[in-house]
Design a protein around this ligand. Structure first.
Ligand SMILES: Nc1ncnc2c1ncn2[C@@H]1O[C@H](COP(=O)(O)OP(=O)(O)OP(=O)(O)O)[C@@H](O)[C@H]1O
Ligand SMILES: [Mg+2]
Length: 496
């Protein structure tokens, strides 16, 4: 404000650029090593790369480097790329462009290191630039270092780029954040790489499967990453629900529901793959893709509770980058809340989708109960909000033994049965099943079952029963129903 000669107060301007410490503050945006690396790969995909090589190295100093074979940047483009918000967030992006804010390259990189080098090759010409936080702070200005000649050649993995016709090399040096979280880099790089590998396998699984119509490969220290499909589509027992699409602000959103196979029908590897966000149960929900890139997963956005019965339900949602403004996307693109128009549609779809997951989950329990309704070995007793399991004294296998007992043995037997019932490790079972462990009980052995069957047959015959009635009655109850061919076993006993 200044006073004019007439005594009026008027507004003037003062240019107030940010202090270079801004870069230091921006490190706290909240990237992890894996989300930061993923942000660089977004850029490679936007630059039409078909191959991204990531290196974790320790010579001549610890570094992380990423080289792609994308279009690369001219010197002018690379300077724009180094500028914070060099592209406006409001610019319309190409459909394959995974960027939005013009920040990722800088903020993701400098969240992990204090020294970022970018070298690019475009139409045969090389250029290199460096943001070094300590240099900026020492100079008290936003001074971008321009690299040339031998400086470029001495950079780790420079040859990887020099050998390609075009592409970009990003190098992180002075890895202070990584040292702080994983300690000594030379020994902890492996653990860090494993986490990065599984994160990239998931978030880029559709690119790795070539769904964008191109070959695409990511390697870490030359080992290729296999995509990790969270719907286990290669398992025949995965069920696809009806796909649908709806339109929001003139753009199409595609929805594909899946119901995963029951846990007992997953291989150990598949189970691990299905445990995207902790346990399988925690990984239910929507999987939101922005231009095929997974950004959010394993949440129902508080539209529906994550109850145990929907644990096999996953819904793939494809959203174009033209709807970014509706999603209040954050800089890391890792959190976003669906706007009301999308939320209402997702709520409608969620209700319909959880139903099949629920029936897969209950299937096994119900079958056993229905087929052995006449006389299961265990009865579940509901008692006004409480429940307990009781051994069914009427089940022939139990009755065959107890019927022949002397009264004093009977008392002991009854005590034993009550003891078994009261100590049934129900909480342990609950915890284990909740931790995605599968229950695989030992089945009763052949000879034991045969002698039980023949004792039952003797008693049945003595009371005037006929063989076929016996076979069909016994074949449908526990324990015989639990064997693979109950009728065969029973007929053998009857014919002996
Ligand atoms: N590997 C690369 N190959 C070619 N160009 C790149 C590469 N990485 C970055 N760029 C260029 O630099 C620009 C800035 O990248 P940066 O990641 O900072 O922002 P963005 O991708 O535009 O948006 P966002 O902040 O959402 O990631 C990109 O728009 C792109 O033009
Ligand atoms: Mg980017």
């Amino acid at each position: 404000m200044v006073w004019t000669t007439t005594g009026d107060l008027v507004t003037t301007e003062q240019i107030l650029p940010p202090d270079p410490h801004l870069m230091e503050s921006m490190r706290a945006v909240g990237y992890t090593l894996q989300t930061a690396v993923a942000d660089l790969i977004d850029n490679s995909i936007s630059a039409s790369a078909t191959m991204v090589d990531i290196f974790f190295g320790s010579s001549p100093y610890p570094y992380v480097a990423l080289v792609d074979n994308g279009e690369g940047m001219s010197s002018g483009e690379a300077i724009d790329a180094m500028r914070l918000a060099g592209t406006s967030p409001l610019t319309k992006r190409n459909p394959n462009d995974l960027g939005r804010f013009g920040l990722g390259l800088k903020t993701a990189s400098l969240s992990q290191c204090r020294d970022l080098v970018v070298v690019s090759k475009h139409e045969g010409a090389l250029c290199g630039f460096e943001w070094n936080i300590d240099h900026m702070i020492a100079q008290q200005t936003w001074s971008l270092l321009v690299l040339a000649g031998d400086e470029l050649k001495s950079l780790p993995r420079f040859n990887e780029l020099a050998d390609r016709t075009s592409g970009t090399l990003v190098i992180w040096r002075n890895l202070d954040r990584l040292t702080a979280t994983v300690g000594d880099l030379s020994s902890s790089f492996d653990a860090a790489m494993t986490e990065v590998r599984s994160h990239l396998a998931l978030v880029f699984h559709r690119f790795l499967a070539g769904e964008h119509g191109q070959r695409f490969e990511i390697r870490i220290n030359r080992v290729a990453i296999q995509g990790s499909d969270p719907y286990l589509e290669s398992n025949k027992a995965t069920q696809l629900g009806p796909s649908e699409s709806f339109s929001v602000a003139g753009e199409q959103i595609e929805v594909q529901p899946y119901t995963l196979p029951h846990l007992n029908r997953m291989t150990p590897l598949e189970k691990k793959r299905a445990q995207v966000a902790g346990r399988v149960r925690d990984s239910q929900g929507f999987y939101i893709y922005r231009e095929l890139r997974l950004v959010i997963w394993g949440t129902w956005f508080r539209i529906a509770p994550k109850d145990d019965l929907g644990k096999l339900a996953r819904v793939r949602v494809d959203i174009p980058n033209t709807l970014d403004h509706l999603w209040s996307l954050d800089i890391k693109k890792a959190s976003a809340a669906p706007p009301p128009q999308i939320r209402d549609n997702l709520r409608r779809i969620a209700g319909r989708i959880v139903a099949p997951s629920r029936s897969v989950h209950l299937y096994r329990g119900r079958i056993v109960q229905e087929q052995s309704r006449t006389n299961p070995i265990w009865n579940v007793i509901d008692d006004r909000g409480n429940f307990r399991y009781e051994i069914n004294r009427e089940n022939p296998a139990v009755a065959a033994l107890t019927d022949r007992m002397m009264p004093e043995d009977m008392t002991q037997m009854s005590t034993l049965l009550t003891l078994l019932e009261s100590t049934f490790p129900v909480e342990d079972a609950y915890n284990r099943l909740g931790q995605d462990e599968s229950h695989s009980p030992q089945q009763p052995s052949g000879p034991g079952l045969e002698s039980l069957a023949s004792a039952l047959w003797k008693a049945y015959k003595a009371s005037g029963g006929n063989p076929e009635q016996f076979v069909s009655a016994m074949a449908s109850i526990e324990p015989f129903i639990l064997t693979s061919s109950p009728k065969e076993l029973l007929r053998k006993v009857v014919n002996d």
